[in-house]
Write a protein that binds this ligand. Structure first.
Ligand SMILES: NC(=O)c1ccc[n+]([C@@H]2O[C@H](COP(=O)([O-])OP(=O)(O)OC[C@H]3O[C@@H](n4cnc5c(N)ncnc54)[C@H](O)[C@@H]3O)[C@@H](O)[C@H]2O)c1
Length: 256
């Protein structure tokens, strides 16, 4: 799993450990990894590294194989956001450098992870699961850089499901907003800001939800467990599970 140190990734690590899985985490933030390690009482294999580096992805996969013998599931989850910056709010340099940094993490990171792990998963008839977003499907989940990067994720799932069949199932989960440490590109001056810093409160996420819920990371993990389970998801590949609830507009006045 990539990006398991914080937010959704941490909730996924906790849940997969509870399910009895043996988990390897690749994450670039040492403080998050240390917190994750001390918060969990079960054995975890932690690799510090950057998903934009081919060598770090290979090192994480090799570490997982030497710790546990094989890999059944790969979760590509590490990501960064653009804090809803519109095209007109960005300078040309921010478009160019923000694009490079954000696509390097959100798109290249997923491709490098997939490449590093593919042969191992194929041996086990395994599963790849990518974290996308409501921004993979609809506008208003970010600015144009983030939205384009998450749409690219839909292409990754569609094409890899085709290329890696019948040996590997490839799917994605598209969660909606949650109050996490999600950060932005340094190149846009957003590297030290987190999504939680700009939300009035975690509860304010209700303002976007037709169901009037303010989701927490833990609310999104069940779909990953389904897609990891070989029997339960034996027929599923090339799918993007929209669990954001944000495809349905919020009604102006709720009917009781
Ligand atoms: N928070 C939201 O509202 C939201 C909504 C929809 C989708 N998502 C997606 O969920 C995923 C997880 O985000 P989150 O909200 O839990 O954020 P988060 O920042 O809490 O967790 C992301 C983790 O990824 C790690 N990471 C970031 N860049 C990395 C890199 N280059 N190499 C290695 N590790 C890296 C971070 O250190 C962090 O631990 C992302 O793909 C994000 O796009 C988030």
């Amino acid at each position: 799993m990539t990006g398991g140190g914080s937010g959704l990734g941490r909730a996924l690590v906790t849940r997969f450990l509870d399910e009895g899985a043996r988990v390897t985490v690749l994450d670039r933030t040492p403080e998050s990894l240390a917190e994750l390690d001390s918060a969990t009482r079960k054995t975890l294999n932690i690799v510090a590294g950057d998903v934009t580096s081919a060598a770090d992805n290979v090192a994480a996969v090799n570490s997982a194989v030497s710790a546990y013998g094989s890999v059944d599931v790969f979760v590509g989850n590490a990501g960064i956001w653009d804090f809803n910056r519109t095209i007109l709010e960005m300078t040309t340099e921010e478009v160019e450098n923000g694009y490079r940094e954000l696509f390097d993490v959100n798109v290249k990171g997923y491709l490098l992870g997939a490449r590093a792990v593919a042969e191992h998963l194929a041996e086990r008839r395994g599963s790849m699961i990518f974290t996308l977003s409501n921004a993979a499907l609809y506008p208003r989940g970010g600015g144009v850089l983030y939205t384009a990067s998450k749409h690219a994720g839909v292409g990754i799932v569609s094409q890899l499901a085709y290329e890696l069949a019948p040996h590997i199932r490839v799917n994605a989960v598209a969660p909606g907003g949650m109050a996490t440490n999600l950060r932005g590109p340094q190149a846009m001056g957003l590297g030290d800001q987190s999504l939680s810093d700009v939300l009035p409160s975690p509860d304010s996420l209700k303002d976007y939800s037709a169901l009037d819920v303010a989701p927490r990371p833990v609310d999104y993990v069940d779909t990953y467990v389904l897609l990891a389970a070989p029997q339960e998801s034996a027929t599923i590949t090339g799918s993007v599970f929209d669990i954001s609830g944000l495809g349905t507009p919020k009604r102006a006045a709720a009917v009781t």
